[in-house]
Design a protein around this ligand. Structure first.
Ligand SMILES: Cc1cc2nc3c(=O)[nH]c(=O)nc-3n(C[C@H](O)[C@H](O)[C@H](O)COP(=O)(O)O)c2cc1C
Length: 350
């Protein structure tokens, strides 16, 4: 059985180990969503991960939902990301871009012309969006017309094409955490009665159109997906997760995408219920440490383990795991702040 330090062959790539850096929003891009040198330094410092999955990256101006997050829909963003992917590749690393649309959890402050954000249905999420100016209540979004939806799916493909142009090794569809793709999957959020709602097959339609568009741009072997059934975030609920997620996994499996990235949520076991329906690589994430990760790999429960917070304060996290070195703790106050503090200034172990 593999351990964390074994290589992993998947598609055209060979990962140097099975320790994957989770997608983590860090809010260090410029106000137009272009990464700068600081982001290149940060990701380059973490290139010893078998694979880095980038922070969530918006696919269009309307998809943006947070300050200083990066995009992948224009040339300045593409060239900013090119410096990031070059820094990672120069150190032998691999990096995928996580693509998202925030849907109803964006707020007018981030929308072109101060418009309402869009969603499957006109139902506000409970809770708040965190802007630089402080917390802001979620708004009642504008329900998308059915004929607008294919164009948004196509924007996922356009962003995937841009990602390859920027040097990424592949792309991940962010179908988790209560963002737009998840909003379509979740029956408590999607109350549509047209071809994008009501039945499970209809609620899968937007996710699959987005995936198909990404596959057309990048090839199935360079496409992955992240899901988080029943996550308690952004007012997601997934009342019929048992029906939705195995069906989604079967559809994705038939398309031959590279990987499924799932977490452990209270109330739903992705490893047990979804993985058996998916034949590609399975990446397990959320709350793992050296012991639990090694145990899951050794038991054949996953092909690789995704680690989030440990990578924030430990740029050399794989080496620390391998050598049993102490781990530094991250400072949540700097997760979404500006500049190098709590970002690029965590040292490697001596
Ligand atoms: C600061 C921060 C930002 C995050 N941003 C994202 C994101 O952009 N996309 C995403 O899918 N998950 C995001 N997550 C969730 C992580 O990918 C991961 O699922 C979570 O941290 C649990 O894994 P861990 O226990 O190893 O940290 C974020 C987590 C943190 C701590």
């Amino acid at each position: 059985m593999p351990d964390l330090f074994d290589q992993l062959a998947f598609g055209p790539l060979t990962l140097s180990n099975r320790i994957i850096m989770a997608p983590m929003t860090r809010s260090r891009a410029d106000d137009h969503g272009a990464p700068g040198e600081l982001m290149a330094e940060y990701y380059g410092q973490r290139a010893s991960a078998g694979l880095i999955i980038s922070e969530a990256t918006f696919i269009s101006p309307e998809a943006k939902g947070y300050s200083r997050t990066p995009g992948l829909h224009d040339s300045a963003q593409i060239s900013g990301w090119r410096a990031v992917t070059s820094a990672v590749h120069a150190k032998g690393g691999r990096i995928f871009a996580q693509l998202y649309h925030t849907g109803r959890v964006s707020v007018p402050a981030f929308q072109p012309g101060g418009a309402l954000p869009v969603a499957p249905s006109a139902i506000a999420a409970k809770g708040k969006n965190f802007t630089d100016g402080g917390p802001v209540d979620f708004v009642v979004p504008r329900a998308l017309e059915a004929d607008e939806i294919p164009a948004i799916a196509a924007q996922f493909g356009a962003a995937a094409k841009n990602a390859l142009e920027a040097g990424f090794d592949g792309v991940e569809l962010h179908a988790a955490s209560g963002y737009l793709v998840h909003q379509f999957l979740d029956a408590s959020i999607n109350r549509r009665t047209d071809r994008y709602g009501a039945s499970v097959a209809n609620r899968l339609r937007f996710a699959l159109e987005a995936i198909d568009s990404m596959i057309s741009a990048a090839g199935a072997v360079r496409v992955g997906i992240k899901i988080s059934p029943r996550i308690k975030f952004n007012d997601a609920a997934d009342p019929d997760a048992e029906a939705v997620y195995p069906a989604l996994a079967r559809e994705l499996s038939a398309r031959g995408i590279a990987y499924l990235h799932g977490g452990r949520q209270a109330g739903y076991d992705v490893h047990a219920h979804v993985r058996p329906a998916f034949k590609g690589a399975y990446f397990a994430g959320s709350g793992y440490d050296a012991m639990t990760a090694a145990a899951l790999l050794a038991a054949g429960g996953a092909d690789a383990i995704v680690f989030g917070k440990p990578f924030i304060a430990n740029p050399d996290f794989p080496r620390r795991l391998r050598s049993g070195l102490a781990l530094a703790a991250d400072d949540p106050k700097t997760h979404y702040s500006k500049g190098p503090a709590g970002y690029t200034d965590y040292p490697e172990a001596i």
